[in-house]
Design a protein around this ligand. Structure first.
Ligand code: GAL
Length: 741
């Protein structure tokens, strides 16, 4: 079953027959057919209609809907409804409600209140999932299952979760770590020693002393304890996911199973959570504010990295978003289509939109759907139709049988991301910002990038000693704060064999227990980088100056600045030509429903997409600013390629380069402004004889490759038309347009 439907790309919607009534179903299906919708997702919040009273099941309404979609040749994704247990369950079994970090039972009445570990909740969940699977087990048109909805790491502090955490610790510190057979007293000694609990007189003398994290700020709490609890919270949610997946698989052995990922304060470690699921999926709501467009490209690449495979979007932006906050700007023409295609360009195979219609009832009525209030088929509907047509063309060309191919990788670690939030290093040092900056730099240089995780790469491997990083020309390690031996071995081997490795500051600081390593920084990375860090200055938002100390870098930066000027001029000239001939993109676009310009013919706005690279380097070609962090570096075998100019460490090394066996290891002791990051990457490319391409800010190029061919995608995440050259070919691309060939 899966082999067949996997090769096709599909556009879909999230559909709620329990909200809207079955009498609308046939008419809705004819609207879906008119639009070109090929798949629907249903039932993630519908428990109270499936089991109105305990033990009384009613799937007749869902059966009618599934049959009607099957008849219409529209595929179905079904969800387990466990995110929203009915009121009777909370009333009769109060122990299934979560407790918050203040040890208070949370209030019910919205959604997501259940404690994932409660035995009673598990029992109720098992029963409803079994009944649901038995009802739909023979429906081949149910092509996938979603577990629950937008799960998070389990931060519940109820007595059951607290006991569960204690058992997790007991197991970790007596068995898995090779200390088998220890009694509780000895285990507590090991934990006390590991955490350094003597600090503030926090030693445990009984397991009863161990609680889940209280509601104090995270940085007031013991870092080792916090990391252990984070790991527990993730293991506990993963165990819940696997519990559900096993129930489904027992009844439907070839079920194709996922859960929908999202990012929030208690985000899951998705690499772990999805390990035993069949595919990753994500809820994608890019910003609609044209004055504050931030590309979702890095997120989409992160999602692809969850399993290092193609993925699905389970909820995609479909209209104005609001309800949880005041309404945001309306998606401008081209956005709905463009953002769905952008996801496909980054490896999505199915994109389901939230949701079919703008709901008349319920708290989320201002989170708009495809059909406007009163079921009006407006501008967005036309655009959506043209999206479905485009996706059919992509599918027919064989894009569904391809996967994204990139030549650069950014190594992502959930634990580094999370622990740098627990103990913020400076007010602006955020792991994800490093990711965004390097991702953007690769994008500006027209270089596709994977966001990969070492454990996933090992799991996906064939068990041989082949290094999965070896296919990349360049690898960036974001702040590798917590020791990760798998990553370290992979990186060392990659560098030794001739790779180009970039290491970010705050790497090698902590051991695997989140304690400081007893080594000179950058700890595990010192030998590879050929440096020692004698001191550091947490810069935060303070900016200081730095200077390039490398001829090739200056030359490349110069060439980049010139190329940008040429592209900027090209945009201004062509905008002026359009003006002179009385033509503007609005005229052109009014004739077609898709890709209308939000800010047509705005040459000065377009120009601003090009003035980054040379800006600070024009007069003095070798200067740039840095902020966030400043490692004061003493090279041992490395050479200095950039120096600080200010502060008591003026003229000390800021960025270094080391030859490590056959490889090249660059250490960033600081966070330079974007133009310098782009310049330094371009210098690395130049050393590797990779031809230089520069794209305007907001333009993204990705490639999907497979037996059916190699496809290039160019997406313009700008509200202005962009003109540039790529492979010596002139490209002109409208706002939010996706061009492919
Ligand atoms: C998602 C969620 C949906 C809906 C949507 C809009 O995060 O899964 O159920 O709430 O956001 O708020």
């Amino acid at each position: 079953m899966n082999g067949v439907f996997m090769n096709k790309l599909r556009i879909g919607v999230d559909y709620y027959p329990e909200h809207w009534g079955l009498e609308m179903l046939q008419n809705d299906i004819s609207i879906m057919k008119e639009a070109g919708i090929g798949i629907v997702r249903m039932a993630e919040f519908a428990w109270c209609r499936m089991e109105p009273r305990e033990g009384e099941y009613d799937f007749s309404w869902l059966r009618t809907a599934v049959d009607a979609f099957t008849e219409a040749d529209i595929q179905v994704v079904l969800c387990t409804p466990t995110c929203t247990p009915p009121f009777w369950a909370f009333r009769d079994y109060p122990e299934i409600v979560q407790w918050d970090r203040s040890n208070e039972v949370i209030q019910t009445g919205v959604r997501g209140h259940r404690c994932l570990s409660s035995r009673r909740f598990r029992d109720l969940s098992r029963k409803i999932i079994v009944k649901m699977c038995e009802e739909f087990k023979d429906d081949k048109n149910v092509v996938a299952w979603q577990i629950d909805n937008e799960l998070e790491a389990n931060y519940c502090s109820c007595p059951e979760c607290t006991d569960y955490f204690r058992d997790w610790l007991r197991k970790k510190y007596s068995g898995d770590e090779g200390l088998g057979g220890l009694d509780d007293g000895k285990i507590l000694n090991v934990i006390n020693e590991t955490y350094g609990n003597v600090v503030w007189s926090g030693e445990y003398s009984s397991f009863e002393d161990i609680l889940t994290p209280p509601a104090y700020p995270n940085n007031w709490l013991n870092p080792s304890y916090m990391l252990d609890h984070l790991r527990f919270a993730n293991d506990s949610t993963k165990e819940y996911i696997d519990f559900q997946a096993n129930i489904i698989r027992d009844i439907i052995p070839d079920a194709y199973i996922t859960t929908n990922a999202w990012y929030c304060e208690n985000s899951l470690d998705h690499h772990k959570a999805f390990k035993d699921l069949d595919f990753a999926s994500y809820d994608n709501y890019p910003s609609t504010d044209v004055n504050d467009l931030s590309s979702r490209a890095y997120r989409l690449d992160m999602i692809r990295g969850i399993k290092d495979q193609n993925f699905w979007i389970m909820e995609q932006l479909t209209g104005i978003v609001g309800s949880w906050m005041p309404m945001q700007p309306a998606p401008v023409p081209g956005m709905i289509k463009g953002y769905a295609l952008q996801a496909i360009a980054h490896g999505a195979d199915n994109v389901l939109h939230f949701r079919f219609r703008t709901a008349r009832k319920g708290a989320e009525m201002f989170w708009h759907g495809l059909l406007e209030q009163g079921d009006l088929k407006g501008r967005k509907f036309k655009e959506f139709k043209s999206l479905c047509e485009e996706v059919t063309r992509l599918s027919e060309a064989g894009v569904g049988e391809t996967t994204v191919k990139s030549e650069a990788a950014i190594l992502y670690s959930y634990e580094d991301d999370a622990t740098l939030k627990f103990q913020k290093q400076t007010d602006n040092l955020a792991y994800i910002e490093f990711l965004k900056k390097f991702h953007n730099a690769f994008t500006r240089l027209c270089f596709g990038v994977d966001v990969v995780n070492p454990e996933v790469l090992v799991n996906n491997g064939d068990g041989s000693t082949h290094n999965p990083l070896s296919k990349y020309k360049i690898v960036v390690v974001l702040p590798a704060f917590i020791r990760n031996k798998t990553a370290l071995a992979m990186l060392e081997d990659y560098a030794k064999k001739g790779g180009c490795l970039i290491i970010c500051p705050r790497s090698g600081v902590k051991d695997e227990y989140n304690n400081l390593v007893d080594e000179v920084l950058p700890g595990d990375f010192s030998r590879m980088a050929g440096i020692q860090i004698s001191e550091y200055d947490p810069l935060g938002k303070r900016k200081i100056r730095a200077a390039v100390n490398d001829k090739l870098w200056i030359q490349v930066q110069d060439a980049l600045a010139k190329e940008e000027d040429r592209l900027a001029q090209m945009n201004v000239d062509s905008a002026n030509d359009d003006k002179a001939s009385g033509k503007n993109s609005l005229d052109e676009d009014l004739s077609s429903a898709d890709n209308q310009s939000a800010n047509p013919n705005n040459s000065s706005a377009a120009y601003s997409n090009f003035i980054g690279l040379g800006k600070h380097l024009k007069d003095r070609n070798d200067l740039f600013s840095v902020d966030t962090w400043a490692d004061i570096i003493e090279p041992t075998t490395a050479k200095t390629i950039a120096k600080y100019l200010d502060g008591f460490y003026g003229f000390k090394a800021a960025i270094t380069e080391n030859t490590f066996y056959n490889g090249n290891v660059i250490y960033f002791g600081t966070l330079p402004e974007d133009s310098a990051i782009i310049g330094l990457l371009a210098r690395c490319f130049s050393k590797m004889n990779i031809p230089l391409e520069v794209l305007p800010e907001g333009v993204e190029v990705t490639r999907r490759v497979g037996d059916t061919g190699a496809f290039t995608f160019i997406f313009n995440n700008n509200s202005e038309q962009m003109r540039f050259t790529m492979d010596n070919r002139e490209i002109s691309i409208k706002p939010f347009e996706l061009i492919w060939f």
